[in-house]
Design a protein. Sequence first.
Length: 185
Amino acid sequence: YTGIDSVVMDDPDEVANYPTEFLNSLELNGLPPFRLTLRVGAIVMLLRNLDPKRRLCNGTRLVVTELRRHNFKARVLSGNVDAQEDIVIPAIPMTSGSEDDLPFEMRRVQFPVRLSFAMTINKSQGQTFDRVGLLLPVPVFTHGQLYVAFSRVRNAQSVRVGMYDDGNGRFVTKNVVYREVLPTG
């Protein structure tokens, strides 16, 4: 599937400075890729809140069940949506954010998903998985993050952790706890 890219500007003469091929090549945070290759069975993650009442929110994981010309169907892999229900995912207009540091606002019409082979600990919060693999090349950077990572899986036997040798033949990571913020008593 290919998206449709355009520049949002007041001056139409300025728009001509940004050719379509250039816009198509941009990979921006929060926007799906211009060219999205999907197959039935692919795991994708929503990039926008489509229907918060049904928990179709940013970060929700889906499995593609049917490909169509102008939309596709998918089934929710996590959350409280009925797992047997197929959801129709339409292409929607999305705009770049100020964090993208562009001299213009870009508009991309595309399915609001990205392939989801892996995700950050923060994106996994609130979801439950059958299997979890953690790669911890450096210690986790905030209190509670390691807990969040380990608590996403249904049972301890389904967790695999990858860490690097600390130079002494040990594989270690730190879970920093600030005792001063814990209640005493």
